[in-house]
Design a protein around this ligand. Structure first.
Ligand code: GDP
Length: 426
């Protein structure tokens, strides 16, 4: 991904999230100096396996597992500081020192307990299938210009006055939503007081930090969370997340100009999954859904919820290639398909009797599409030991060639297992 001309690259999910971005970022971070999260919150749940140890990182960039990488939580992230500190402490207790290697934007908005109460209440009235971590309400406060930012903790007196107003507002909303729970101002004030010293010790203008690193010729990796089809604007609205997950969001959420970014890698599974509600046009039959879920271990890293499984959807990935400007693809979990005798690929849709090659904008139309499947022969062989394309069975290579052709972007990486070394660089 990095070369002489590419010193700043973005890794994004090109489906509905859970594509294995954590693993890709972990692999690429070996060659990076800085790894930056630019959107989302503690709902990301990247899983990274190093040796025999598995780490699930929700708030901290997965680059933290590389000891010479500096990690940044950018301004576009909504920050759950308690989760951040719990993760930092967890890493320290497993021998991964993080001192001086993690910075948080002083412009990042805080996710507070009242956001979680509001999240749970709104999920009851409009089920989106959120992770219930307060992300949506925190972003709503940000755009409503009533958020509380990390930098606000520099003046706790003024912040307490803001807090009084915010807690009162949250409680009125909770009452309106017919929920009995209430947020406590005292508990919120005490929480902020407790968090402030540690948070301020890592808070800085991270846009400037990244800018200076780039000027000094350092390599910067921007790590997206969720996936393109969950993007607030470009995803399957309203079954989306509350931020811009696509590559454009990287510039805004990291605080650097778009011209600073040279490469965009889209991570896709060799099939498709979706957690939460909303359409999944390439859904597999009940039997294959169960089979893929078992083979792929498709249960949410944050919530443990079973993910719905389907076949590779070329319309979705083609769309992700376009809206992200993908310069390359990383195909993960190829090994999950090792035992499937023949593999359907959704090449297009049929919508109201007509062939449709583009993703409809409205969920109502997307719910009406029928998948047009093409069936490719499976390889029925173990791929997890492959380290070059030549090591793969002929039918596996043909499968990759076909999805590359349908997606319209070159495959740069193929992942064949959870471990760091189980990767093919094309
Ligand atoms: P992320 O949020 O995009 O990082 O994805 P998750 O971490 O939620 O889900 C990816 C899951 O797939 C994790 O459990 C990974 O360890 C696992 N994984 C990643 N790449 C591969 C692969 O190539 N093969 C297999 N079998 N598992 C993989």
């Amino acid at each position: 991904m990095f070369d002489e001309r590419t010193t700043c690259a973005v890794v994004v999910g090109a489906q509905w999230g859970d594509e294995g971005k954590g693993k890709l970022v972990d692999v690429l971070a070996e060659r990076a100096d800085l790894v930056v999260r630019y959107q989302g919150g503690a709902n990301a749940g990247h899983t990274v396996v190093t040796g025999e140890t598995q780490f699930i990182l929700r708030q901290i960039p997965s680059g933290i597992l590389h000891r010479n990488v500096t990690c940044v939580v950018g301004n576009g992230v909504v920050l759950d500081a308690e989760t951040l500190f719990a993760e930092l402490d967890g890493l320290e207790s497993r021998g991964i020192g993080t001192g001086g290697r993690l910075f948080v934007s002083d412009r990042a908005h805080l996710v507070l307990p009242y956001h979680k109460l509001l999240d749970a209440a709104s999920e009851k009235s409009q089920a989106i299938g959120t992770t219930g971590r307060g992300i949506g309400p925190a972003y709503a406060d940000k755009t409503g210009r009533r958020g509380i930012r990390v930098g606000d903790l520099r003046d706790l007196g003024a912040t307490r006055r803001l807090l009084a107003d915010r807690v009162e507002r949250a409680n009125s909303l909770l009452a309106m939503m017919g929920v009995a729970e209430r947020a406590s101002l005292e508990e919120h004030a005490a929480l902020l007081e407790r968090l402030a010293p540690r948070l301020l010790s890592v808070a800085t203008d991270t846009g400037l930090l990244i800018h200076r690193a780039l000027q000094a010729g350092k390599r910067v990796l921007l790590e997206g969370a969720q996936g393109a089809l969950l993007d607030l604007d470009h995803g399957t609205y309203p079954y989306v997340t509350s931020s811009n997950t696509t590559a454009g969001g990287a510039s805004v959420g990291a605080g650097i100009g778009p011209t600073a970014i040279h490469g965009v890698l889209g991570v896709v599974k060799a099939y498709t999954t979706r957690v939460g509600n909303g359409p999944l046009p390439s859904a597999a039959s009940a039997e294959d859904d169960e089979r893929l879920r078992k083979l792929g271990g498709e249960f949410g890293a944050v919530t443990g919820r079973p993910r719905r499984c389907g076949w590779f959807d070329a319309t979705v990935v083609r769309y992700a290639v376009r809206v992200n400007g993908l310069t390359g693809l990383a195909v993960t979990k190829l090994d999950v398909l090792d035992t499937i005798e023949s593999i359907p690929v959704c090449v297009a849709y049929e919508l109201d009797g007509e062939r449709c090659e583009e993703l409809p904008s409205e969920v109502a139309r997307l719910e009406r599409v029928r998948p047009v499947f093409e069936t490719l022969p499976g390889w029925c062989a173990v791929t997890s030991g492959a380290r070059t394309l030549a090591d793969l069975p002929r039918h596996a290579r043909a499968y990759l060639d076909r999805i590359e052709q349908l997606a319209g972007a070159p495959i740069r990486y193929v992942s064949v297992g959870t471990r760091r070394d189980q990767i093919i660089e094309v």
